[in-house]
Each structure stands twice: as C-alpha cells, then as structure tokens.
Design a binder for this molecule. Structure first.
Ligand code: NDP
Length: 247
C-alpha cells in the first residue's frame, strides 16, 4: 500500500528515536510535513535530523515535555502560529520504570502515568481544540499489549497503557461527528532503545513467546500508523490495531 500525505502536517511525539522515528520517517517518505518532538536527548534528535537532511524543509524538531501542561500549551501555540494547521497527531512518547508494586517508588508510578497517560491527554486536548475547528483529524495513540494482559514488574506501565486505550475509546466518541478519528496502535516487542536494557536471557524468553519468532521492526509499526492516519480509514474509529506477530 502506498500512502500519500503530501498536503498534510503530522505531529509525532517522541519522534526522534525508536518507533517514533520510524513513524516520522514513514510520513516523510509519504510526502508529509513532520513535526517530531522529543524531551531531552538532543544528540539523538540531531542525528535523526542529519539522517533526514534530504527532507529538511519538511522536518521540524521541537523539544518539550508532554507531561507538562504549560509546555504542551506553548507547543500548540507555536504550531498554530507557524504551521497554521495540522491533520495528524501520533502520541508515541513513552517511558518504563519497572519494579514490582511492593517495591515501586511513588515517583516511578507518577512519572510513568504522567508521561504515558497524562501526556496523551494534554496533547490530545489541545489537538482536538484545533482539529474540531477544521472538522478533520486523525489521532493515533501508541499503546501496548501489556495494558491488556498485565505484566509482573510493569504495573505502572500496564495501567498507563490500559488507560490510553480507555481514553482513546472515550475521545473517539466525542469527536467522531467532526470527522476526527482516534485509534491505538499496539506494538508487541519492537527492537528499540526501549527494551535495550533487558538482559539477553529475558529477551530470548520474550522471543519464545512470539508466534512469528522474531521481534517486530519500527517500519512494521509505522505502516499501521499510516494506515490509520489515511483519509480513507475514516470508518475505523476507537479501536486498537495490534502489531505483535500474534502474541
Ligand atoms: P524509545 O525509548 O526508543 O523512545 C521514546 C521517545 O519518547 C523518545 O523520543 C523520548 O524523547 C520521548 N519521550 C519520553 N518521555 C517524554 C516526555 N516526557 N516528553 C516528551 N517526549 C518524551 O521508545 P520506543 O520507540 O520503543 O517506544 C515508543 C512508544 O511505543 C512508547 O509509548 C512505548 O510505550 C511504546 N511501545 C514500545 C514497545 C517496544 O517494544 N519498543 C512495545 C510496545 C509499545 P528523548 O529522545 O528526548 O528521550
């Protein structure tokens, strides 16, 4: 399937590394203007920008924290002033802080919920305010099967991802009449920095659980995001598309 986003502006949070970078690059390849955001890893952002120098007129980087409501407000003011409008928001930024609940520091609970779940709320709230006026939009939230199955040592992460899916279903009902769809893409194990810290034997154990017997690629996740972001996907709303190799 070839996608065409030539006339569209796309915001990808956490768009400079890992899955977000793959999504941003797929939108660039499909002709979109891309605003890729990140929190603090400036060297990864610069490396990403350098690798995509051929698209430099269509690639814009913005640094802010999605869990900080004031920074999100400033970001959307900037978007309105400098880009006039956008069509697609991909809420991809996310973190893990793993430990069993009995040992979990309250700060780790808060940081994961604030980044993954509240960040999705802050970004989506400001986005729909602009998209509702235009009567068109696509919001795609990157979740995880962990939100559905749970996982020992990831209660904070699982709660944040389950919350994103419930948030998606509710918001999708609020904005559907304005031609705005809200969906989730739920990747399984994807080989990025996100899971780079896992011990090799644990990675092997995870691999054994994947029916197609390999980890997924960022390109495979990006393909699902572009599919849901396509204008012709207008009747897909409030759903979760799993890219897991059959987990
Ligand atoms: P990475 O760790 O590779 O990248 C995370 C990105 O999110 C970075 O760009 C980072 O910015 C940004 N980010 C983190 N916190 C914030 C914040 N508070 N404000 C703004 N940006 C922030 O992760 P992945 O690419 O692997 O994961 C992307 C998404 O996919 C996450 O939501 C994750 O939960 C989900 N996912 C990943 C899976 C996997 O196996 N990799 C599986 C299932 C879901 P910076 O570079 O500045 O740190």
């Amino acid at each position: 399937m070839n996608f065409d986003f030539k006339d569209q502006t796309v915001i990808v949070t956490g768009g400079t590394r890992g899955i977000g970078r793959g999504v941003a690059e797929a939108f660039l390849a499909a002709g979109a203007q891309v605003i890729a955001t990140y929190r603090s890893n400036t060297s990864a952002a610069q490396e990403f920008q350098k690798a995509n120098a051929a698209c430099k007129d269509r690639l814009h980087l913005k640094q802010f924290d999605v869990s900080e409501p004031n920074q999100v407000v400033e970001f959307f003011k900037d978007v309105e002033e400098n880009f006039k409008q956008f069509e697609v928001l991909v809420n991809n930024s996310g973190i893990r802080r793993d430990s069993i609940v009995g040992m979990m520091p309250a700060e780790d609970w808060d940081e994961v919920i604030h980044t993954n779940l509240s960040g999705t709320y802050h970004m989506s709230k400001l986005a729909v305010q602009q998209l509702m006026r235009r009567k068109y939009g696509r919001i795609i939230n990157i979740t995880s099967p962990i939100g559905r199955y749970g996982f020992a040592g990831q209660a904070n992460y699982a709660a944040s991802k389950a919350g994103q899916e419930a948030f998606t279903r509710s918001l999708s009902k609020e904005v559907a009449s304005r031609n705005i769809t809200v969906n989730c893409v739920s990747p399984g194990f994807i080989d990025t920095d996100f899971i780079a810290d896992l011990p090799e034997d644990q990675k092997k154990k995870y691999l054994g659980q994947v029916p197609v017997k390999r980890f997924g690629t960022v390109e495979e996740v990006a393909r699902a995001v572009l599919f849901l972001a396509d204008r012709d996907s207008a009747y897909i709303n409030g759903t979760v598309l799993e890219i897991t190799g059959g987990l």
